[in-house]
Design a protein around this ligand. Structure first.
Ligand code: HEM
Length: 230
């Protein structure tokens, strides 16, 4: 009971919400890196990507993927909820007579983060339907005769549709934009940004965002150019 009260107090403060946005954002940043490294296995061929997907789905007797899903869903939920509450709190504060110019600038940055974040959410819903929820009827038969879902075929077939590929590429641009600001925000909120390190952290954010962007868009582009074939 006391713990719940302390959490309520923590959440009521704007720094409490900022910390939750930053911590959940950090989880999502790490997920994106892991997911990209996993996606790049596609360049090792059908067998390698399907082995990797099979490993993910069978880790910890099938529990691993569910633990990751619950963790991810929790991080996405906390990130969105705390952002909405923080924006409402900032809006209320702006209407007070103590509003400063800097508050206006900060709210401009957070508004663009809210817009790119909303587009990313729409992308995630499409992406989950596309590759996770809707059934994948494609099958891959290993040399040992083992039949398993053909994740490689699903991705390549999916990106052979130019509109789908374009949608992914544009969505990745929004992910990139969101990350390039998000990385430095996480460092700042967690207290790791000083005047000395500010520039380095800014470039780290841009570099990280560019890596996620280029790595991910390389896949639909490689499919459209015929480097990755069904
Ligand atoms: C071109 C870029 C991407 C490709 C090729 C890709 C590919 C995939 C594939 C193949 C799966 C299904 C894996 C399986 O069932 O074995 C998947 C799942 C998923 N992807 Fe992506 N992805 C991309 C970008 C992204 C981005 C940018 C995000 C987040 C913003 C994201 C979030 C997810 C999530 C949350 C899942 C569900 C994991 C699960 O519960 O099974 N993906 N992705």
């Amino acid at each position: 009971m006391k713990l719940l009260e302390s959490f309520k107090q923590f959440y009521a403060s704007s720094i409490g919400k900022k910390l939750l946005v930053a911590l959940s954002g950090a989880v999502l940043l790490l997920f994106l890196l892991g997911h990209l490294l996993g996606n790049l296995v596609i360049y090792l061929g059908r067998g390698a990507l399907n082995d990797y997907a099979e490993f993910l789905h069978h880790a910890l007797h099938g529990m691993g993927v569910w633990i990751a899903r619950v963790g991810l869903l929790g991080a996405v939920g906390i990130h969105i909820m705390a952002t909405i509450h923080l924006a409402a709190q900032n809006r209320a504060a702006r209407h007070s007579r103590y509003a400063y110019e800097s508050t206006q600038t900060a709210s401009k940055a957070s508004r663009t983060m809210i817009i790119s974040g909303t587009i990313i959410l729409c992308f995630i819903i499409f992406h989950l339907l596309h590759f996770t929820i809707l059934p994948n009827d494609l099958k891959d038969v290993t040399t040992a005769g083992h039949v398993r879902p053909d994740v490689y075929g699903m991705v390549v077939k999916g990106f052979q549709n130019v509109l789908v590929s374009l949608f992914y590429i544009v969505s990745m641009a929004f992910v990139c934009f969101h990350l390039s600001h998000g990385v430095s925000s996480v460092f700042q909120t967690l207290g790791f940004r000083s005047e000395k390190s500010a520039d380095m952290i800014k470039w780290l954010g841009h570099g990280y965002a560019a890596f996620i962007f280029l790595g991910n868009i390389s896949i639909p582009i490689a499919v459209l150019l015929g480097f990755l074939k069904f």
